[in-house]
Design a protein around this ligand. Structure first.
Ligand code: 26Q
Length: 832
């Protein structure tokens, strides 16, 4: 047992379980870090350091398990998966870590002894916001589930200096502010300078004839950048496993270019250093249309190349130069096309650095890569100018051309003479500015292509990727998204999770389908009362948070109607506001007696370059302003825009929502994951047949879901004859809403600012068909009122939503990935 890994040498220095897990030991370490490491004395002035001290105390305890996991992996040497993603929206890490090693109570006890509340300390942690929205948060949920299922999966990403921007609201408009999240020290990461890699850019390619007649390609005269990894521990839930998230940071290969420095070009030498560091400087916002930012392509290549080099080096160290078994033991999961450049990069490394021929390299690549698509919007499919590729990554472009030539040969063989199909399927989109289609590159280079909800995967097969699904039907599959119940129920909703565990035991934390046992209690009056009490506490907490952040005091008795997500036209925040105006108008006219008092909460960030999304934020704020200052609305209707929405905000919001707004145009939202978080916490959904809503409806039943709107087929059928003006004219409620809007009622001193909104609703070419679903939506909202007025009925619906949310655990999603794509064995730990 001990001799067979003597090469591990020093690892033995850290015996497992050496650190105490009781309050005394925690307090001793906390004090040590606070005073000796951080050099602080008094609690009163140095509170922020208390968070750091506790984080270091917890990290030490993770470190033991981290080492154990790595030793087990090293010993076992079995198949692993590598998750490649440009985004990880981790949020705060402390609470999750405490929960995972089950010391939250004891740590709280330690803090109590020095007169400090745990909640206060946790509140000092800044969100790690290395992602835009759903895709980045999904990656974070996946890492949690992989560690909890003890699967050997490593996350690879970029350590951006600036994460997702902060949003400030000024005069109702979004103002972006930078997020220098590393400024106040990130205590969780471990720098691994020993594992740094060199990444090449620019230069040219050269071909050599070897003595054995083979040609060898070289990429020379490059500008090199250093990639330095920082490892973040990813603890599994009470299972002793700690996996790794490896984030790459860019640095100059030399602090200075000595030649330039000696030649007297001090500034140029420093500038070169900056240019290198720029690569990991900032997370790109998801500006759908704006493409061609060279720095973004550099980032993508940086991640792909550094991660692949890391993995290949580890393989060579363990297995030598024989790569024939590599695909049997390694799998890469590409989180959208953002890291798809890994396909030609793996080819390059295997051929140019490790000496494989094309066929052998292609076999390895195609048997180890898997691609997940996250969008149905054709305009959001990523392309890059061929010219930019040639300038930045000339050798990689050569390989892409060769992959394409072979793809097109295969297509010709399958459909002789079908030239249109050839042009449609080419990885290179021809035109005045030829483009590389990253999705096609990813499909060609992978053995698996999946969508993120049943509907989405079917639409990929029969729409966006139809040609490829005809060529390679066996590649296409579905993996419905999920979210981790450890963060999204256990940690964020103590009142409800306490109640649930009291009733059915704590097993749901690792087996969410157990929640189904709640269904039999859905009609139980005393359980219902306790359920309402828990939810009321959450609503009070959210109301307090909103008053502090937005200065609006919500009445917790009201129906909390919530839509939080990125601002995008397809998500139709507009439809939500049209309903708000309808309610306002109804109440003003004295026709709102029958309405249930409602608080509308909307939050989300707009991409900085997305003008219409920013107009929508202004619109929301203006309407909210008018509603909240009208005395006639008091006790009946309130509306607020929640500023700077992020992961921590959702942890406060989702336990308090009564109604979850999932109202995208059918066929546009790939899955949605906020919908799942709300459902899990007992909110009822009002939604269209889009993304995972379809599966939520199926799970919870039509009586417990407010369905409205056109379905995918109806949307497409209605498009040709779409006449929003006629729809408005035929609907008295809609007419009054548009009348109010047109009269300038919501922009009294700002003439014209809402014109883009009015035009969008009335545009016959409106891609999102907002007017088409107005009536159906308004009617569904009236049914919501009716249900909410009957507290017993509503509470039953709420309980049943939680009870039937089991399928939407990311544990289930990861089990699906593992069964069909990764095929990994759980890490065999030596034992507790
Ligand atoms: C692309 C090019 C350049 C710069 C940025 C981007 C970029 C970045 C992020 C494009 C898209 C994204 C993010 C997409 C995203 O979050 N998609 C969501 O993914 C979720 C997880 O699968 C789904 O639930 C949502 O339906 C989907 O919208």
């Amino acid at each position: 047992m001990t001799d067979d890994h003597s090469t591990l040498g020093n690892l033995e220095l850290l015996p497992p379980g050496a650190l105490g897990m009781d309050a005394d030991a925690i307090l001793a370490d906390l004090t040590h870090y606070f005073c000796h490491t951080l050099g602080r004395r008094t609690l009163r002035f140095d509170a922020p350091f208390l968070y750091q001290a506790l984080a270091l105390t917890v990290r030490d305890r993770l470190m033991e398990r981290w080492n154990e996991t790595n030793i087990a992996l090293e010993r076992n040497g079995s198949r692993r998966a590598h998750y490649l993603s440009l985004e990880y929206l981790m949020g705060r890490l402390l609470r999750n870590a405490l929960l995972s090693i089950d010391i939250e109570d004891r740590a709280a006890c330690a803090l109590e002894r020095i007169g400090v509340a745990m909640e206060e300390v946790q509140g000092l942690e800044h969100d790690t916001g290395l992602g835009n929205g759903g895709l980045g948060r999904l990656a974070a949920c996946f890492l949690d589930s992989c560690a909890t299922l003890a699967l050997p999966v490593t996350g690879y990403g970029i350590r951006y200096q600036y994460g997702m921007f902060h949003q400030r609201i000024s005069d109702g408009y979004q103002v972006e502010e930078p997020d220098p999240w590393l400024r106040d020290v990130f205590p969780w990461e471990i720098e691994r300078i020993d594992l740094a890699r060199t990444i090449k850019y620019g230069g040219r390619t050269a071909v050599h004839e070897e003595r054995d007649g083979r040609t060898r390609h070289e990429w020379v005269d490059t500008h090199d950048v250093l990639a330095i990894p920082y490892d973040v521990p990813i603890p599994g839930y009470r299972n002793g496993v700690v996996n790794t998230l490896r984030l790459w940071s860019a640095a100059a290969t030399d602090e200075f270019d000595l030649e330039e420095f000696n030649a007297g070009s001090y500034s140029e030498a420093v500038a070169a250093k900056n240019e290198a560091e720029n690569i990991s400087m900032v997370l790109y916002p998801n500006t759908a249309t704006e493409s061609g930012h060279e720095l973004r392509l550099k980032q993508q290549y940086f991640l792909a190349s550094a991660s692949l080099q890391d993995i290949l080096a580890d393989w060579s160290r363990r297995r030598g130069g024989d790569f024939s078994g590599f695909a049997a033991d390694n799998c890469f999961q590409l989180n959208d096309t953002h890291p798809a450049i890994a396909v030609p990069e793996l080819m390059r490394l295997l051929m140019d650095e490790h000496g494989l021929g094309w066929d052998a390299a292609w076999a390895v690549t195609r048997e180890s890569m898997a691609y997940t698509n996250h969008t149905l919007l054709p305009e959001a499919l990523e392309t890059w100018p061929v010219a930019m590729f040639r300038r930045l990554l000339p050798r990689v472009l050569e390989i892409i051309f060769e992959i394409n030539a072979r793809l097109l040969a295969e297509v010709s063989l399958a459909w002789p003479g079908d030239n249109e199909r050839l042009a449609r399927m080419s990885i290179i989109e021809e035109g005045p500015e030829p483009l590389v289609r990253m999705a096609y590159l990813a499909i060609a280079g992978s053995f698996s292509v999946n969508g993120v909800a049943e509907l989405h995967s079917n639409l990929l097969r029969h729409g966006l990727f139809q040609d490829f699904a005809e060529l390679w039907p066996e590649k296409f599959n579905n993996k419905t998204n999920g979210v981790t119940q450890r963060r999204w129920l256990a940690a964020c909703n103590p009142p409800l999770s306490g109640l649930i565990s009291e009733r059915i035991g704590p097993g749901w934390a690792t087996e969410l389908s157990r929640l189904a046992e709640l269904a039999e209690h859905a009609g139980d009056a005393s359980f219902q009362a306790a359920w309402r009490e828990a939810r009321a506490a959450n609503k009070g907490r959210l109301a307090a948070g909103i008053e502090q952040r937005a200065g609006v005091a919500l009445d917790p008795e009201m129906l909390f109607d919530v839509q939080v997500k990125r601002i995008h036209e397809y998500k139709r925040q507009l439809l939500n506001v049209l309903h708000a105006i309808h309610l306002y108008d109804q109440i003003r006219r004295g026709d709102g007696e029958h309405r249930v008092p409602r608080a509308l909460i909307i939050g989300g960030k707009a991409a900085p370059g997305y003008v219409m999304a920013k107009n929508i934020i202004k619109f929301i704020n203006n309407v909210a302003g008018v509603i909240n200052s009208d005395p006639a609305m008091a006790g009946r209707l309130q509306m607020v825009f929640y500023p700077d929405y992020n992961v921590s905000a959702m942890e406060l919001i989702c336990p308090a929502a009564d109604l979850s707004e999932q109202i995208s145009t059918a066929g546009k939202e790939a899955s949605g994951t906020g919908n799942m978080k709300f459902m899990m916490n007992g909110a009822v959904t009002i939604g269209t047949l889009d993304g995972a809503n379809v599966e939520i409806l199926e799970a919870v039943g039509g009586e417990n879901f407010f369905l409205f709107g056109l379905n995918v087929e109806e949307v497409e059928a209605a498009r040709a004859a779409y006449d929003p003006a006629a729809i408005v004219a035929a609907d008295a409620d809609f007419e009054r809403v548009m009348q109010l809007l047109g009269s300038g009622h919501f922009n009294r001193l700002e003439p014209g600012v809402l014109d883009p909104i009015i035009h969008a609703v009335l545009n016959p070419a409106d891609p999102w068909m907002t007017a088409a679903d107005f009536r159906s939506y308004i009617d569904a909202q009236a049914r919501v009122d009716e249900a909410f007025r009957d507290a017993g009925r509503w509470t039953r619906m709420s309980i049943l939503n939680t009870a039937h949310s089991g399928r939407f655990s990311s544990d289930r999603t990861i089990e699906d990935y593992n069964r069909d794509i990764w095929r990994l064995q759980a890490v065999p730990l030596a034992g507790p």
